[in-house]
Design a protein around this ligand. Structure first.
Ligand code: ASP
Length: 319
């Protein structure tokens, strides 16, 4: 009898402790959300800091992710995004970007040339047109009509690399380089609105006209304000085939944590035919402010700011 009571009491104690722990976790989550959370692919420290600043000034998650993505777009040294991005095999820099807000609105530009901030053009597509995607010349004209300046985006450094590449590579596009820098950036603001942005110059020395995953809603980026958001970097062709970001958010909907959902989405890449030496990295952020990431190959860094604290982390990887 005593033993049974003891077991019953300790069971009750354990249940009590679990409830307390849950309450503690909930408060922690609420603390995160009081100030917002930002996560981005690669070591985009300055980008998450810019986004965080917007959140601290009571700006929206949408303004935060746009502001964040604009940082590497303007950075000449980032050779995978915006100005300074490596050109295609014709020597032309072509940019892809997408953005989504907490209401499920979306806008993208594909194959945009001569405009430094594709993410801001993508936002205008979302806010000022009845469309979701604008490509190529149409996107460029739309940007100019809306006051964007045309610029030469091929930096001296990237042109030098391109000239070297031309000598050695016999015009064959590079498939699956292991170095990527595309920015995917996700944020939740003080009002628990989720938004995301993704911006890239795509694969270095790609075929002219090639578009990757980054501007494709559901592949490079997806946001569902009820559940969470996800973004991708790496070999776009692989991400597109598996509709990576959408599948992560859907797995979060069934109860998986952001990290587990990213891991499962990475595992889905394994049945893609051909060698597996390409890289894909996913990041995700839940409505509760929990972050996660996972990659196919090791050494995929991502950056987070929560409660004012910046962290550079390395995702676990399949290989
Ligand atoms: N995902 C990008 C693309 O395929 C490349 C990258 O992440 O660097 O266009």
């Amino acid at each position: 009898m005593q033993r049974r009571n003891f077991i019953k009491d300790s069971g009750l104690c354990l249940a009590g402790l679990t409830i307390l722990q849950d309450l503690h976790n909930l408060t922690k989550i609420d603390d995160h959300r009081k100030e917002g959370v930002v996560i981005a692919t690669w070591n985009n420290q300055k980008a998450v800091e810019a986004a965080w600043k917007v959140l601290q000034e009571n700006g929206s998650a949408l303004n935060a992710v746009e502001e964040g993505a604009r940082v590497p777009e303007a950075d000449e040294k980032d050779t995978s995004v915006g100005y300074g991005g490596y050109p295609d095999r014709e020597g032309i820099v072509t940019l892809d970007a997408s953005i989504m807000d907490h209401e499920g609105n979306a806008g993208s530009v594909f194959f945009l040339q001569g405009i430094k901030h594709p993410i801001s053009v993508a936002r205008l597509v979302m806010e000022k047109t009845p469309h979701v995607y604008l490509a190529g010349e149409g996107a460029r004209l739309f940007a100019i009509e809306n006051g964007f300046k045309e610029e030469n985006l091929l930096s001296e450094g990237s042109n030098k690399e391109y000239q070297e590449w031309k000598k050695k590579n016999n015009y064959s596009p590079v498939i699956g380089p292991k170095v990527h820098d595309t920015i995917g950036i996700l944020a939740i603001d003080k009002e628990t609105r989720l938004s995301g942005a993704c911006s890239t110059s795509g694969l270095a020395f790609k075929m002219h006209g090639r578009v990757g995953d980054s501007p494709i809603i559901g592949s490079g980026l997806y946001v569902d304000n009820m559940i969470g958001a996800a973004s991708a970097t790496g070999l776009g062709e692989a991400v597109i085939k598996k509709v990576g970001s959408f599948s992560i958010v859907e797995m979060m909907r069934t109860g998986h944590s952001p990290k587990k959902a990213c891991k499962k989405a990475i595992e889905r890449l394994l049945d893609i035919k051909g060698p597996k030496d390409f890289q894909v990295g996913y990041i995700a952020l839940s409505k509760e402010g929990e972050v996660g990431a996972y990659s196919l190959q090791p050494n995929f860094p991502y950056v987070v700011i929560r409660e004012g604290k910046f962290e550079l982390k390395y995702a676990n990887s399949y290989f």
